[in-house]
Design a protein around this ligand. Structure first.
Ligand code: ZN
Ligand code: ZN
Length: 237
């Protein structure tokens, strides 16, 4: 009965592939066409031991080798390219908040297969109030809450973005670090000391944002800070 209702719903509201926009057959996957699904497969090559992004050598990526890293370990589910990139851009900038259902599941599946650590809290990299108003939703919070449910961990707001920052994607590595510096403060009544925390975000690029959040959490006495990103750029790109 549920299946029939679902099919009927899909006849009335046909699903489009979130990667390329193609109309999907009603009896196939409701998120992706076969071609775009390839880009959504977990990356299998070598990964940075520290942040988990794809690299083409063993050990750590240049960002984790060169700078001071405040997080303990990173997990990156998908590579930010092709259909993944298209879908995330729509999720983030084109009002497609309902993609959170699918992206939250990807994060949850990835965590189930790759993370053994137990956390006190899951939290998201926060948006500034004004950007939240403009966008109407916080994409990282949406997927972090789905992840928290699936892991049986409490979702909690631990950080606040106190300063409006220029979007990181318009800046180079050095500018990103400057731009994000002191952008976050602990949330009121945040319970951070001695806690083990998993930070969730949508895209991991140079890691400047995640690292800054981790720094604040560690300075507040967090015992462990790991992060999970829906996607990451490989080291070269
Ligand atoms: Zn497609
Ligand atoms: Zn790394």
């Amino acid at each position: 009965m549920k299946r029939a209702a679902e099919l009927l719903l899909r006849i009335i509201y046909p699903c489009k592939c979130i990667g390329c926009g193609k109309l999907l057959d009603i009896d196939k996957d409701k998120w992706l066409c076969g071609e775009c699904a390839e880009d959504f497969k977990e990356t299998t090559g070598q990964k940075c031991q520290s942040c988990g992004r794809p690299i083409d050598h063993s050990g750590k990526c240049a960002d984790c080798r060169d700078g001071k890293i405040y997080f303990d370990k990173g997990f990156c589910a998908l590579e930010y390219k092709g259909a993944v990139r298209n879908a995330i851009l729509k999720f983030k900038y084109k009002g497609k908040f309902r993609y959170s259902e699918y992206f939250g599941k990807i994060l949850s599946d990835y965590a189930a297969g790759n993370i053994a650590e137990k956390y006190h809290y899951i939290t998201a990299v926060p948006l500034h109030r004004s950007r939240l108003r403009e966008r109407g939703y916080d994409q990282s919070e949406l997927i972090a809450k789905i992840l928290a449910d699936s892991m049986g961990v409490e979702y909690r707001t631990l950080l606040v973005r106190q300063r409006h920052t220029v979007p990181q994607n318009k800046l180079n590595k050095k500018q990103r670090q400057e731009n994000i510096k002191n952008a976050f403060i602990p949330a009121e009544n945040a319970d951070i000391e001695g806690r083990s925390i998993l930070l969730a975000d949508d895209i991991f690029t140079t890691g400047a944002t995640i690292n800054e959040c981790s720094k604040i959490l560690k300075k507040q006495g967090a015992q462990r800070v790991d992060f999970i990103a829906l996607s990451s750029r490989s080291e070269e790109s």
